[in-house]
Design a protein around this ligand. Structure first.
Ligand SMILES: [Zn+2]
Length: 271
């Protein structure tokens, strides 16, 4: 019998492959999900290209980005991106870090991505920038230290996405399907914005339009429809992930929720 954790692990594997198939993730990049039974943990694949991720690759991590079981496999080096954002944002349920070709010109040129069509409104009015060099000087540009992850989470602030100078972007969502929609539409928006520049100066959506279009495009019926569409495309390409193996499901007990401090609880209630 499938349980809730097995269901979300299978959905997370599917999200990896959808985001790869739609050109957001490539050999690199990753997508995570807050644990459905324990907000003090999150789920993320072992180090593997997202197009290949299977449910059995998904591991559990604390919000300090430590695996909850001694790992026998290689882990993503940039997982602090996920843990630090989950710590800073109790409202965030899913995170995707990527280097999509559509957004890279903006991350390289330091030019803002602004909503230029209605579905682009899902990324919100502003996408802030974060330059790792500002605070940490010369690095290999990977976000691997907790202080680097915290700095990125501060730059993200209350926004839905942050552009990382000369590196990529990180996108967050209040649910996995919402995140997938936002990440894909943000890339489509960046492509349209770039193409429109060859015709003239693109007119961004008005502030009120961003608010109205942004919220309607994240309604459950809309994100369910887009999820179904992108799943169908993945299926047609013969790239669906396998089901989780039964032994793996049986071995992994649902964890007891980790302790949430009163401060975190108050913050969560406010949001
Ligand atoms: Zn990266």
């Amino acid at each position: 019998m499938p349980d809730k954790v097995t269901d979300v692990i299978e959905e997370l594997a599917l999200a990896n492959r959808i985001l790869a198939h739609e050109g957001v993730l490539d050999a690199f990049g990753h997508v995570s999900l807050r644990h459905p039974a324990d907000p003090g943990r999150y789920l993320l694949s072992r180090s593997r290209s997202p197009a290949l991720v299977e449910p059995d690759d998904i591991l559990e991590f604390t919000l300090d980005s430590e695996p909850t079981r001694p790992p026998k496999v290689q882990l993503y080096s940039e997982r602090v991106i996920h843990g630090c954002i989950y710590q800073a944002r109790p409202d965030v349920i899913a995170v995707c870090h990527h280097h999509a070709p559509a957004i890279m010109p903006f991350a390289v040129a330091g030019k803002p991505v602004v909503p230029v069509f209605h579905l682009g409104a899902t990324m919100g009015e502003d996408v802030p920038f974060w330059d790792q060099h500002d605070e940490f000087g010369d690095t290999n540009l990977l976000v691997v230290k907790p202080e680097e992850g915290r700095s990125l989470a501060r730059a993200l602030g209350r926004h839905s996405a942050v552009l990382m100078d000369r590196h990529g972007a990180t996108v967050v969502g209040g649910g996995l399907k919402e995140l997938v929609s936002r990440a894909i539409f943000m890339c489509q928006n960046a492509e349209y914005q770039m193409r429109a520049l060859t015709l003239g100066v693109p007119q961004p959506l008005h502030r009120g339009e961003i608010k109205l279009a942004g919220s309607i495009n994240l309604q459950p019926n809309v994100v369910t429809r887009t999820w179904e569409y992108w799943t169908m495309r993945l299926e047609a390409a013969g790239a669906m992930p396998p089901r989780r193996t039964a032994t793996k499901a049986a071995r992994r007990p649902v964890p007891k929720p980790s302790r949430v401090t009163p401060r975190e609880r108050r913050k969560g209630r406010r949001r």
